[in-house]
Design a protein around this ligand. Structure first.
Ligand code: GUN
Length: 291
């Protein structure tokens, strides 16, 4: 393999060590950062994600609480809970685990989280602030990607960055963060005509489509930094990204694995956002690394 592996687990460990210091300083000031998570309905993947988030909280000294609602609960019940959590001074971060049961409108529910506690960065106020170039709380997965690029000492300014995937929660915010850092950004999607035309000029290639093997080594510019955000469950039960790792790692200079890459960063960034929200509740100004 020619490429250097960008090890999400190792970078996340480093992030946790830095968070631990910030949390200790908050403890001295009588504050324990608190994260509240809402789980609606029975979804085994969501339950596992939330268990991982709670475990990470316990490890670094963040208080966490989970509130469960039945699949047939009303939007009104969720709004009431969110109102109470918005007003709860022990809680600095709130998340509603997605996906939601079909009768609940996620776009409405996510707007009911007060922007200062929206540690997923999904509220339109926080997404809109990114458009204006003033990130407040950024979505965790793209923030994790930017953190990985910085750990890799990968130059961003002036580089061609290609993002494949245009979702509101990953592709679009990642493109905005790269723009804010001075990259020349193309945003493609799974239907882009001649994807290779874009990928072959990408110094930074980030792929978040959910299609295993969409990108192979022949499509990658030699020396590119390749960030694989896809997580696909294969027929044999194993996880795979959107990038064919075997061929891509022969061409790229740096590459993230799946599993063990970006996925590990998402939870670390959730905790980072929670600590940031707690610090801001004390009036401490926290700059964003991705700005
Ligand atoms: N479901 C899958 N990923 C996420 C995430 O990052 N946040 C929330 N709230 N739900 C998710």
């Amino acid at each position: 393999m020619a490429a250097i592996l960008l090890d999400g687990a190792a970078i996340a460990q480093d992030v946790y060590a830095q968070l631990h210091e910030r949390i200790q300083r908050l403890h001295v000031r009588g504050i324990q950062p608190g994260l509240a998570a809402i789980l609606i309905g029975e979804n085994s993947a969501s339950r596992i994600y939330l268990k991982n988030k709670a475990r990470a909280c316990a490890r670094v000294g963040v208080h966490s609480e989970m509130f469960e609602f039945p699949a047939d609960c009303s939007e009104h019940e969720i709004f009431s809970k969110l109102q109470a959590l918005n007003a709860d001074s022990r809680i600095h971060g709130i998340l509603v685990q997605l996906p939601l049961p079909a009768h609940l409108r996620s776009e409405r529910i996510l707007q009911a989280i007060t922007p200062a506690k929206d540690v997923d960065g999904f509220n339109w106020v926080n997404l809109g602030a990114m458009v204006a170039g003033h990130t407040l709380l950024a979505p965790c997965t793209p923030l994790g990607v930017m953190t990985m690029l910085d750990y890799a000492r990968s130059p961003i300014e002036g580089r061609n960055a290609v993002v494949i995937g245009r979702s509101a929660l990953v592709g679009k915010p990642l493109a905005l963060m790269l723009i804010a850092r001075g990259a020349t950004v193309s945003v493609c999607n799974s239907k882009t005509t001649d994807l290779r035309q874009y990928t072959s000029i990408a110094d930074i290639l980030a792929v978040a489509v959910g299609r295993p093997g969409l990108i192979d080594g022949s499509m990658i510019k030699p020396g590119a930094v390749v960030i694989d955000i896809g997580i696909n469950r294969m027929p044999d039960g194993k996880l795979a990204g959107d990038v064919d790792f075997a061929s891509a790692s022969q061409v790229a200079s740096r590459i993230t694995p799946v599993p063990g890459g970006v996925g590990r960063m998402t939870v670390a960034m959730l905790l980072a956002n929670t600590v940031t929200a707690a610090e801001r509740s004390l009036g401490i100004e926290v700059p964003y690394p991705a700005q």
